[in-house]
Design a protein around this ligand. Structure first.
Ligand SMILES: [Zn+2]
Length: 98
């Protein structure tokens, strides 16, 4: 039973806009991704899972994934960049990297 509970625990990462190169560290190569557009990602992501941010940081999107990486949900504003979306997709495959 503990293992079952463990599998369905979720991890959430809130992100600022980031555009930088990186070395891949894939935890999985295939997963189910859901993309949800929210009114204000900064408020939504901060309140949804109590992401710790400093007062000057603005969250532009966040990703929530299961510990077994079987499913991932990305939350974004209606307007965003390709870089932001790609960053969140990376979370779906690599988990927490910042
Ligand atoms: Zn991030």
């Amino acid at each position: 039973m503990k293992a079952l509970v463990f599998l369905f625990l979720l991890v959430l990462s809130g992100c600022k806009t980031i555009d930088e190169s990186f070395t891949t560290n894939l935890k999985i190569t295939s997963t189910e991704i859901e993309w949800i557009v929210v009114e204000n990602a900064d408020v939504f992501c901060s309140e949804k899972k109590n992401i710790r941010v400093t007062w000057f940081e603005v969250i532009t999107a966040c990703a929530e994934w299961r510990l077994d990486f079987s499913k991932c949900t990305i939350y974004t504003n209606k307007e965003l960049t390709h870089s932001t979306l790609g960053h969140e997709i990376r979370h779906c495959f690599e988990g927490s990297f910042h």
